[in-house]
Design a protein around this ligand. Structure first.
Ligand code: NDP
Length: 332
C-alpha cells in the first residue's frame, strides 16, 4: 500500500517536494487490531501546523514517517471482537491506502444513515467545531447577528446555517470567490455575504452588517478579525477557531491593531479546540443529522480522486479550491 510521508519541513507555502508517496508492506492484523482499506481521507488546515516542528495541541508530523488524520474505510481483516470484515470505520490513520490499527481507536460508522464521507465533514470533526464554537464558545443566543469568515468551507458553512436555524437576526459570511458568495446566499440562506478579495474587509463588512454584529466566528484572523472587532456590538463574543490567512506566513503576523476596542465594548474573545468539546458530540449529531435529513442544512464536499493527488488536494484546500469539505477519495 502507498502512504504519504513528510520529507522536509515547509518554509512558508508547502511545495510538492516536501512530501513523498511511498510503498510499504501491508501487514495482517494481530490480536485486538483491524486492517482497513481507506475509502476517504481528510485534508484539514490544522495539518499545516503539524508540518512545523513546534509544540502544539497536536504533535508535529515526523519526517520520513506517514502523516495521519481523519479517514473512513472498510475493514478487510479483523482480529478484534465486534469488528467484522465489511464494517465501515472512522479512524485517525489517513494519508494512506491501508491502515492497521487497534480496534479501540476506530469507531464504526453507518453508511446507510449518511454518506461515509459525511463523517469527515458535516457530521464529523468540522461539524462539531462549528456547533461547539458557535453555541458553546461564542454563547450564541437567538437574535444575535453572526458573522463568519471562511464561510463556504466545511466549518464556516455549518456555522452560518446553524446560526440561521437557531434564530440569528442576521447571518453574514465572507469567502474568496463570487461563486462561493452566491452559494452562501442562494443555497445556505445567509442574509448577506461578500468576497474578501473584492475590497477591504472592514468596508464590505460595514455594508453587510449596518447594525453591527454580536458574534464573530473567526476562521481566518488578520484583517478579518480586525474588521470584526470594529463592527462588534457591546458584549459581543468572538470564537477564535482558526487563522488560516497566516498559516503559511513567514513574517510577523498582521493585526488586529484595534484590540483595545474590546475594552470599551466589553467583548469576549475565546480560543478553542474541538477536542475539548466531545461532550456535545451526541447532541450535535442528533440535531445536525436531523437538519441534514430534512434538507434545512445543506452541505458541499469537494472530492479529489486518488492517493497520488493527496498532497495536491491538501494544497488546493489551502488555496481555496474547495467548496465545503475537501476530501481525498480512494473509493474508486
Ligand atoms: P475549509 O473547508 O474552510 O477550507 C479552508 C478555506 O480557507 C479555503 O477553502 C479558503 O476559502 C480559505 N482560505 C484560505 N486562505 C485564506 C485567506 N488568506 N483568507 C481567507 N480565507 C482563506 O477548512 P475547515 O473548515 O476545515 O477549517 C476552517 C478553519 O477552522 C481553519 O482556520 C481551521 O484551522 C479551523 N479549525 C479549527 C478547529 C479547532 O478546533 N479550533 C477545528 C477545525 C478547523 P476561500 O476561497 O474563502 O478563501
Amino acid at each position: 500500500g502507498r502512504e504519504w510521508h513528510l520529507v522536509a519541513r515547509p518554509d512558508g507555502w508547502p511545495t510538492p517536494e516536501d512530501f513523498a508517496l511511498r510503498e510499504v508492506p501491508v501487514e495482517a492484523p494481530t490480536a485486538g487490531r483491524i486492517l482497513v482499506r481507506n475509502l476517504y481521507f481528510s485534508v484539514d488546515p490544522y495539518m499545516r501546523g503539524r508540518m512545523n516542528d513546534v509544540k502544539s495541541y497536536v504533535p508535529p508530523f515526523q519526517l520520513d514517517a506517514p502523516m495521519d488524520g481523519g479517514a473512513v474505510g472498510e475493514v478487510i481483516a479483523s482480529e478484534a471482537e465486534g469488528f467484522a470484515v465489511g464494517d465501515h470505520v472512522l479512524h485517525g490513520l489517513g494519508w494512506r491506502e491501508y491502515a492497521n490499527l487497534p480496534a479501540k481507536h476506530a469507531k464504526k460508522v453507518d453508511g446507510s444513515l449518511a454518506p461515509l464521507s459525511a463523517y469527515l465533514g458535516v457530521l464529523g470533526m468540522p461539524g462539531l467545531t462549528a456547533y461547539a464554537g458557535l453555541l458553546d464558545v461564542a454563547s450564541f443566543k437567538p437574535g444575535d447577528a453572526v458573522f463568519v469568515s471562511g464561510a463556504a468551507g466545511a466549518v464556516g458553512s455549518e456555522v452560518g446555517q446553524i446560526a440561521r436555524l437557531k434564530g440569528a437576526s442576521r447571518v453574514i459570511g465572507s469567502a474568496g470567490s463570487d461563486e462561493k458568495v452566491k452559494l452562501l446566499v442562494d443555497e445556505y440562506g445567509f442574509d448577506a455575504a461578500f468576497n474578501y478579495k473584492n475590497g477591504p474587509v472592514a468596508e464590505q463588512l460595514k455594508e453587510a452588517a449596518p447594525d453591527g454584529i454580536d458574534v464573530y466566528f473567526d476562521n481566518v484572523g488578520g484583517d478579518h478579525l480586525e474588521a470584526a472587532l470594529g463592527r462588534l456590538n457591546q458584549f459581543g463574543r468572538v470564537a477564535l477557531c482558526g487563522a488560516i490567512a497566516q498559516y503559511n506566513d513567514k513574517g510577523a503576523p498582521t493585526g488586529p491593531r484595534n484590540l483595545a476596542l474590546a475594552i470599551g465594548k466589553r467583548l469576549r474573545l475565546q480560543g478553542f479546540i474541538v477536542g475539548d468539546h466531545s461532550d456535545l458530540q451526541p447532541q450535535f449529531v442528533d440535531e445536525v443529522s436531523g437538519w441534514v435529513r430534512s434538507g434545512e442544512l445543506k452541505y458541499n464536499e469537494t472530492f479529489v480522486e486518488g492517493i497520488d493527488n493527496g498532497v495536491e488536494g491538501f494544497l488546493g484546500m489551502l488555496r481555496g479550491e474547495n467548496t465545503g469539505k475537501m476530501i481525498i477519495d480512494l473509493s474508486r
